[in-house]
Design a protein around this ligand. Structure first.
Ligand code: ASP
Length: 409
């Protein structure tokens, strides 16, 4: 078996980066903010490679996969089912803990990012985003879904050309290898980058005590989101991995540890994608044909953590306003949270914005978002980690269904 890139050194480095970042941000917030440039450099390097990575890997995978229909359908079914399970867990947990009942924080103000999205509809979020009239604009805005769709179309067209497209397949294969090399070089800086990201974020919030106070203020809400995510990420998804992909969840998580810690530090599934692909394909040895398609798509549309969080947040807001949601309204929350998570981009706090759709669907005041805004950056990290973990498990499960005799690790 190929060794993990950077062996255990890199993982230790990252853990030290997380701890030191936490300490510096907590006790020397200003130094944390000053050192934030290390995180910015790392994040920029990841973002730089993400777009070429997506275009090359999706096109290549579609050229090589014989039956896109079968892979596509299995991927969508897996993503939809696991997202629904996540929302269901969220609804259950928030109805057991009742974090908003008797809540004293009723000073919700509509945040600016929400104001701009008041007129957003599901149609805009899901359908209109599919096809872009200008792929360069999409790339500039980091809108990944239209790029994925365009890459699928090009991949399918090259495949339809048959032998004529041999040259392009060879070029894309070489590009794919070169991109992986660059990802390995970027990964060497993961410990420093993660250190910078964490130190800066805690520093910006005024240090460890301030973050703790903030988390305590909304303690039961934070607990509901984190408990729901823990049930989904630590129990449900590992069981799915074990049962359907016949892999050990612990070993698999070890292969993915760099990606998961990066997801936590960046709060962006898309920026984490290079490490997710490296972990799933290079280290956990999932069939590249499957991983190259399933993972970029997952980073964009499969967001179990976001879906769960949106359900908890919306019901928390209703409880805080003393509004009792009926069973029918809960069902609406279930469906709209699933769709809103699919529509959320893999960037920080995207879930907070698409939550507007869920609030509108059940007639709750959009000002409610103001209640949870201050703590969102922290919860974003937890849900992004679950989002990425869900994608990784999806790749392993779908590989099994695509090719029943792949090896077990
Ligand atoms: N930050 C999340 C992600 O990138 C999306 C969200 O805001 O929930 O996966």
């Amino acid at each position: 078996m190929k060794k993990q890139f950077g062996g255990n050194y890199l993982i230790f480095g990252i853990i030290i980066g997380v701890l030191l970042g936490g300490l510096v941000g907590s006790f020397f917030p200003e130094t944390g903010v000053t050192l934030g440039f290390l995180g910015t450099l790392f994040l920029n390097a990841l973002k730089m490679i993400v777009l070429p990575l997506i275009i090359v890997s999706i096109t290549l995978s579609i050229m090589k996969v014989g039956n896109l229909g079968s892979l596509g359908v299995k991927t969508l079914i897996y993503y939809l089912l696991t997202t629904c399970i996540a929302v269901f867990i969220g609804i259950l947990v928030v109805n057991i803990i009742h974090p908003g009942v008797g809540s004293v924080v009723l000073s919700g103000e509509m945040p600016d990012i929400v104001k701009a999205k008041e007129s957003m509809s599901l149609f805009d979020v899901l359908l209109l985003k599919f096809i872009s009239p200008n792929l360069f604009n999409s790339a500039e805005e980091f809108e990944i879904l239209p790029l994925i769709i365009a890459s699928i179309l090009f991949g399918a067209a090259f495949a339809a050309l048959g032998r004529e497209s041999k040259l392009i397949e060879d070029i894309f294969t070489i590009l794919d290898k070169a991109i992986m090399k660059i990802i390995h070089w970027i990964m060497i800086f993961t410990p420093l980058g993660i250190f910078g990201l964490i130190a800066e974020r805690i520093g910006v919030s005024g240090g460890g005590t301030a973050v703790l106070e903030l988390a305590m203020e909304l303690g039961k809400y934070v607990l509901s989101v984190v408990a729901g995510l823990a049930i989904h990420g630590l129990v449900v998804l590992p069981i799915i991995l074990f049962l359907f992909a016949k892999r050990s969840p612990l070993k698999y998580a070890k292969h993915l540890s760099k990606a998961l810690l990066t997801a936590f530090s960046t709060a962006s599934s898309s920026a984490t994608l290079p490490l997710t692909m490296e972990g799933v394909i290079d280290e956990a040895k999932v069939n590249p044909k499957v991983g190259r398609f399933v993972l970029p798509l997952g980073a964009t549309i499969n967001m179990d953590g976001t879906a769960l969080y949106e359900a908890v947040a919306v019901i928390f807001i209703a409880q805080s306003y003393g509004i009792d949601l009926s069973i029918a309204q809960m069902v609406i929350v279930f469906f709209t949270a699933t769709l809103a998570a699919i529509g959320a981009a893999g960037i920080p706090e995207a879930g907070l914005v698409t939550m507007v759709l869920v609030l509108q669907a059940v007639g709750l005041p959009l000002e409610g978002v103001g209640l949870i805004l201050a703590i969102d950056w922290l919860l974003d990290r937890f849900r992004t980690t679950v989002n990425v973990w869900g994608d990784c498990i999806g790749a392993a499960v779908i590989e099994r269904f695509e090719d029943g005799d792949s090896k077990t690790q």
